[in-house]
Design a protein around this ligand. Structure first.
Ligand code: TEU
Length: 562
């Protein structure tokens, strides 16, 4: 059988540089800050660092708006710092995955500066320009942007409209133009020549838009049409990804990891996108499981049903069992903190629930991604005012909702569980000032619970979330069942227990976790379905001792069956 790709046994750690560690006291994390904490990552045992954008950027969307792809923004450091980080990671046997943001650039990127300068500029067609409706007075279609408002802005220079699925300072590139794709290929090759080991591709399934850019459906009460059906997973996506693979990744000395961030991608599409025979991407970030607690939208929460969550991840497991590969994540810089959203972040259950969530996710089949601070059980922010928020998505939503007549306090309350700022508070290294993140004033508030929740305390406590995650990483590195075992969900209807097996021809692991804050006793039928709770305990977050049918609150066990 073909040798499995290196990343099939890897665990990826996501660094959001702005909030990881600040080395120069300006209150903003930077590359030397990452360098100064590599011991932490090495102790955790992770194999790959995914670095959110550090490129030159006006920072309208914290770096996801790039004005120079081949340089590092001074707020994060220099190219030399990045080269040093890359060399140091490699020397420690770790790899570096960069963020590739090429659905759009910054409006301050020279490409766009040229493109907007005149309708005859050679780079005009590098972006998506249209005349507009009603003699140019109204946008070309009714699409809304991801960060509120219309997806089009009218440019004063030529009076034409340009498309921006995100902020007006993030104009979409026109991937229909082969010059654009060639420029992207060259830039990606430039980074690979510098030795980077892969790319997380930002909203890469948005690059192919449907011809004619038709209007979207306007949901009841919505201000704009939903353009997603016309720009997600578009008609030429597979072609563009395969071309990028063939032109840039194929035949490289280093085996490159590629993961496509793909809101709206389905299992069926992922079977094609991640099929090695099709040479498109290695894995995708799907969004279904991080949308189960959304009502109308992310600001309209609805209760999360465990059965739905289990069933969703199981569907991706079985869907990619014979072809392709899954990525596994609870959170990232766009999602609330895992323990607050899926666990119980009260002092009584924070540690156990963080461990249980880590256990069930890391024992699924696929490549796990750990978001900075998840290994410490960091929790959602506790902002008391709008002034403490920083993320344009949250601030724009508040302005738009209040502008449409909503009560400001009600909207502020809706930000609390869902805002991306929850993931962006500084990493808590110590119980000291600013949690050891910076000697200056942090760009966003440090969580007050850092006095207890911090890396220093976690590293010193063998029973901490940190050491549980370290053991999960170790298990993935040492036990082939974790990478290869066929997944089978058990007790699918149980409202508290998440149980499944991973089976190879010669071995089997049973994973069983109580993902609730109340103890649970399994009845005879349930125990029978599990084949009992016996077996060698490979990993457990609960108290030792033989309790054949009980699981404490948030208790997780990994048992070797054979
Ligand atoms: O799907 C995306 C794309 O995110 C990527 O693309 C965005 C634009 O580059 C960027 O803001 C994000 O940080 C990056 O991860 C998010 O916008 C998501 O829908 C939203 O944040 C959930 O509320």
């Amino acid at each position: 059988p073909p040798t499995p790709p290196w990343w099939s046994t890897a665990v990826v750690y996501q660094v959001y540089p702005r909030s990881f560690a600040d080395s120069d006291g300006d209150g903003i994390g930077d590359l030397r800050g990452v360098l100064s904490h590599l011991d932490h990552l090495a102790a955790l045992g992770v194999d790959v660092v995914w670095l959110s954008p550090i490129y030159r950027s006006p920072q309208d969307d914290n770096g996801y708006d790039i004005s120079d792809y081949r340089d590092v923004d001074p707020v994060f450091g220099t190219l030399a710092d990045l080269d040093e980080l890359l060399a140091t990671l490699h020397a420690r046997g770790m790899r570096l995955v960069m963020d590739l943001v090429v659905n759009h650039t910054s409006d301050e990127h020279p490409w766009f500066v040229e493109s907007r300068s005149s309708t005859t500029n050679p780079k005009r067609d590098w972006y998506v320009w249209r005349g507009g409706r009603d003699g140019g007075e109204r946008p070309p279609n009714n699409w809304g942007a991801a960060f509120s408002g219309p997806a089009w802005d009218r440019d004063t220079t030529t009076g034409q409209w340009y498309l921006h699925l995100f902020s007006p300072k993030q104009p979409d590139l026109n991937w229909e133009n082969p010059e654009v794709r060639a420029a992207v290929h060259e830039m990606v090759a430039w980074w690979l020549d510098r030795g980077v080991d892969g790319f997380r591709m930002d909203v890469v399934n948005f690059v192919s838009k449907v011809d004619g850019l038709p209007d979207g459906v306007v949901a009841p009460g919505a201000l704009f049409g939903d353009g997603a059906p016309h720009f997600q997973n578009g008609p030429r996506l597979h072609e563009f990804l395969h071309e990028l693979h063939e032109r840039v990744f194929a035949g490289r000395p280093q085996a490159v990891l590629t993961v496509g961030e793909m809101p709206g991608v389905t299992v069926e599409q992922a079977r094609l996108l991640t099929d090695p025979a099709r040479a498109e991407v290695d894995m995708v970030f799907q969004f279904e499981h991080v949308g189960l607690d959304h009502g109308r939208d992310k600001w309209d929460p609805r209760p999360l049903e465990l059965r739905e969550l289990k069933a969703n991840l199981a569907r991706w497991q079985t869907g990619l069992a014979d072809v392709g590969w899954n990525s596994l994540y609870w959170s990232n810089h766009d999602q609330p903190r895992a323990v607050s959203r899926f666990g119980d972040d009260s002092p009584a259950h924070r540690v156990a629930s963080a461990m249980a969530l880590g256990t069930v996710l890391h024992l699924h089949r696929g490549t796990p991604y750990v978001y900075q601070g998840e290994e410490l059980g960091m929790t959602n922010a506790v902002f008391a005012s709008l002034a403490e928020h920083r993320d344009l998505e949250s601030l724009n939503h508040h302005r738009e909702a209040v502008g449409a007549g909503a009560d400001p306090d009600v909207v502020l309350a809706a930000l609390a569980p869902a805002s991306r700022d929850n993931a962006r508070t500084p990493v808590q290294w110590t119980p000291g000032t600013s949690a050891g993140f910076s000697t200056g004033a942090p760009w966003i508030g440090v969580h007050p619970n850092h006095v207890d929740v911090n890396a220093e305390a976690a590293r010193a406590d063998p029973g901490s979330v940190f050491h549980h995650y370290r053991r999960l990483v170790e298990l993935r590195h040492t036990d082939p069942v974790v990478t290869d075992g066929v997944f089978a969900l058990l007790l699918a209807e149980h409202e508290q227990v998440w149980a499944f097996t991973r089976t190879t021809p010669t071995a089997q692991l049973l994973v069983v976790a109580n993902v609730s804050s109340a103890p649970v006793t399994l009845d005879g039928a349930e125990l029978a379905e599990l084949g009992g709770l016996g077996g060698e305990v490979v990993l457990s977050s609960g108290p030792a001792g033989d309790r054949p049918a009980q699981l404490g609150a948030w208790e997780a066990r990994v048992l070797r069956r054979r």
